[in-house]
Design a protein around this ligand. Structure first.
Ligand code: ASP
Ligand code: MG
Length: 412
């Protein structure tokens, strides 16, 4: 029988009543002829509570025990979901990560999936079991300890199972009804997209609620797993939610599919650094070592062998960046006159695979911002994205203007 993976997030299993509602959806797919693998998160709020308990008990905790505690929320919902299905006369069994066994690296709290053998669960399907309920977010290390996959990791569990079992689709049930052209809290004109390409989804991952763990999208793209994001609270029929899929499955791709943004950015400029081979390495190595997530980088025109170097990073990493640069200067690795920090900036991006074959997207973006009198401080582009840094106070205005300019209220 064809296999379907259905993943239920924390809000979809927050109470026994909601577990029952989710189980009914599973029962319907079983009736449609699927063998179903259900991946569950912990009840909403549970993982946060467990993390809090670990921190309170041991601030410098042993990561192996962190995983032992924090993975437990999913064990509860997996067992409850299996029981609920059994009460509905659907043959179901629960599986913790180690029972599958879902094999991971030993990087506790951030483990990566290495292998999912399918024989155990397949044998049960052959024996008449219709639903395997698997605890998301957890696995087992080569040393035989429980591991977790990083916050939001149940999405990645779900996609990995869909790939391993060659599932027809991986449905991610959550509390939003899909992926939007932009955050609906910024403009009421934001529209739900019916389809979006993997690459666009990766770029838009920052939009609105954290719909999908980024790793899960990367994995889906690699194994071409058709992913559908949909609400567990609404019945949207066959066209419900947003399908995240290969771009070949999108007949008419949008030039721009969405407007993404990141509110809390900083623009840092090293003024007058020596323009010599190795200078970029000398600047960005200590920043990387200090854990600064550098995003945009611009080297300005040089004059008399000296140049200005601008980069952006999250605003809460400015102090770290300043310390790293001061340290490098003290050690004589770099030399600069000043480090200027502009902490009042935000990043706005337009994203779309159609950009590859369309000229004029950048100029249209810049004109839309000009018409609102918004000054652009930094510009970067990639194949399917154009990003600008602007003053943070104009962020909402910029998002609305770009959403209008690219006609996204008519997107689908
Ligand atoms: N329960 C875990 C978390 O809250 C994993 C997940 O829900 O995806 O991060
Ligand atoms: Mg999640």
């Amino acid at each position: 029988m064809p296999v379907l993976v259905m993943k239920f997030g924390g809000t979809s299993v927050a109470t026994l009543d909601r577990i029952r509602r989710a189980a009914k959806r599973v029962g319907r797919e079983v009736a449609n002829g699927y063998d179903v693998i259900v991946i569950v998160s912990a009840m909403s709020g549970k993982t946060n509570e467990l993390v809090g308990w670990v921190n309170e008990t041991s601030p410098l905790y042993d990561a192996r025990e962190y995983d032992a505690v924090v993975s437990s929320g999913e064990n509860v919902t997996a067992g409850l979901m299996a029981l609920t299905l059994q009460e509905m006369d659907v043959p179901a069994r629960s599986w913790q990560g180690w029972q599958v066994p879902l094999k991971t690296t030993s990087a506790h709290s951030q483990a990566r999936i290495e292998e999912i053998p399918t024989d155990n669960i397949m044998q049960k399907f052959d024996e008449g079991m219709r639903v395997a309920v698997v605890a998301g977010f957890q696995g087992i290390s080569p040393e035989g300890r429980i591991t977790t996959l990083g916050r939001g990791g149940s999405d990645t569990t779900a996609v990995a199972f869909a790939a391993a079992f060659d599932a027809e689709r991986c449905d991610i049930y959550t509390d939003v009804d899909g992926v939007y052209t932009t955050d609906p809290r910024i403009t009421s004109k934001a529209r739900k997209l019916d389809k979006i390409a993997f690459e666009e989804m990766l770029e838009l991952a920052s939009l609105g609620a954290k719909v999908l763990q980024t790793r899960s999208v990367e994995l889906a793209m690699r194994y071409k797993v058709r992913l559908r994001v949909l609400s567990s609270f609404e019945d949207g029929g066959d066209n419900a939610g947003t399908l995240v899929c290969d771009e070949e499955d999108i007949v008419e791709s949008n030039v721009v599919s969405g407007v993404a943004f990141s509110r809390d950015e900083a623009k840092m400029t090293l003024i007058s650094v020596a323009d010599r081979p190795g200078i970029a390495a000398a600047i960005f190595t200590p920043l990387a070592e200090a854990g600064v997530n550098v995003d945009m980088i611009i080297q300005n025109i040089s004059d008399d062998g000296r140049t200005d170097m601008t980069f952006s990073c999250p605003v809460d990493q400015v102090v770290r960046a300043q310390q790293a640069m001061a340290g490098a200067k003290e050690r004589g690795e770099i030399n600069f006159h000043e480090l200027d920090a502009d902490t009042e900036v935000a990043k706005v991006s337009v994203v779309g695979i159609g950009m590859r074959s369309h000229a004029g997207v950048a100029s249209q973006m810049f004109r839309a911002l000009k018409d609102e009198n918004i000054n652009i401080k930094v510009i970067t582009t990639s194949e399917i994205k154009i990003s600008v840094l602007i003053e943070r106070k104009y962020l909402e205005l910029a998002v609305q203007a770009l959403h209008d300019s690219f006609g996204l209220e008519n997107a689908a």
